[in-house]
Design a protein around this ligand. Structure first.
Ligand code: AHM
Ligand code: MG
Length: 340
């Protein structure tokens, strides 16, 4: 085999398009633009300690959280890239209260809407912790030629046409799925291309890692507390105690568990009954990837992808990763349900 054989993200997107005889290349173009924006954001992040870009921008986003300068930059880059793709008629981002409806004549006709968290985990960026971008692509509901509406962005996760994430880590990776498995691409900085490095990712059905912010322990539901005790108990057969790993950056925590086997938990707690993570920007795309890789994602009771979002910034308890581990958590949470 030729060791110089490389499949770039763009080669791969074109190759996959051939599997769909009626595809017109619109989704391919959209994914291509996301890849380009990711490279721009990556470049800026890699210089974060060198230029005056880390730290707060002074603005506060609609959820009352301080915006980092890089949040603002990433938000603008992804919006610009999607607008110029001509295939996207609107975008909802975690940094903006309302959806952004593109009024450019080309974009207005675009077939897709995108929901995106442009820079997740950015509160850690001053400390050189890995961060990520998380995205979802949906087919618009309103007819082409009309302006898209809020309901175009409030579709169940099961309607996602594609989803993925970019992890700006020790290397930068783009992982995505169009509903036919999951593939991962690593950015080769020497050629400036994402290259296929993790074809057809499959998540182990079981794992030995649990990832949760244990600082919230006292506020957690009893079922989650019992599950954590189960993870810590000794049992040779199932390989417990499990290992606890928590970076506090969803994409990084999820990505590690996806490859090694494990589960990520962000339960509701006394102070935040629905937890912290946003259904539309964070839970749905990560759940899509988890399931496409053979894993699972739940709010403790329901498959995340079956939840009808009611508002753009809605939060949801979130449990995602290896299939058997997610089922186990659900079995612990049954006892927390009020009797009917
Ligand atoms: P953000 O969207 O404001 O960056 O917050 C989301 C991040 C996730 O990446 C991470 O899983 C979680 O917040 C960590 O929260 P906590 O610090 O409460 O453990
Ligand atoms: Mg986020």
């Amino acid at each position: 085999m030729n060791s110089y054989k490389v499949t770039t993200l763009n080669d791969f997107i074109i190759l996959k398009q051939k599997d769909f005889p009626f595809a017109k290349g619109e989704l391919s173009s959209l994914l291509h633009h996301i890849g380009t924006a990711a490279k721009m954001v990556n470049k800026k992040i890699s210089k974060a300690g060198l230029v005056d870009i880390i730290g707060l921008s002074g603005d506060v986003n609609i959820q009352g959280e301080s915006q980092q300068k890089l949040d603002v930059y990433a938000d603008e880059v992804f919006i610009g890239a999607l607008l110029s793709s001509g295939e996207c008629c609107g975008i909802a981002t975690e940094e903006n209260q309302n959806e952004i409806v593109f009024s450019d004549p080309l974009a207005e006709n675009g077939k897709y809407v995108v929901c995106i968290d442009p820079l997740d985990g950015s509160s850690n960026i001053d400390y050189n912790v890995s961060v990520g971008t998380i995205f979802s692509i949906y087919r618009r509901i309103t007819p082409r030629g009309e302006k898209v509406k809020n309901e175009d962005f409030l579709q169940e996760g099961s309607k996602q046409v594609a989803a993925g994430y970019i992890i700006y880590g020790s290397s930068t990776m783009l992982v995505y799925s169009t509903g036919f498995g999951v593939n991962g691409f690593t950015l080769d900085p020497s050629i400036g291309e994402f290259c296929l490095s993790h074809p057809d990712i499959k998540s182990p059905e079981d794992g030995h890692i649990y990832s949760v912010n244990e600082g919230n322990y006292l506020q957690l539901p009893q079922g989650v507390k019992s599950y954590l005790k189960y993870c810590q108990e000794e049992d040779e057969v199932s390989g417990r105690p499990y290992t606890s790993r928590y970076i506090g950056s969803l994409v990084s925590d999820f990505h590690r568990n996806l490859l090694k086997g494990g589960v990520f938990l962000y339960p509701g707690n006394v102070n935040m009954p629905e937890g912290k993570l946003r259904l539309v920007y964070e839970c749905n795309p990560i759940a899509f990837i988890a399931m496409q890789a053979g894993g699972a994602a739940s709010d403790g009771v329901r498959n995340i992808l079956d939840i009808q979002p009611l508002s753009l910034h809605q939060r949801s308890p979130f449990y995602a990763g290896s299939k058997n581990m997610v089922s186990k958590i659900e079995s612990f949470l049954v006892s927390d349900q009020p009797e009917s």
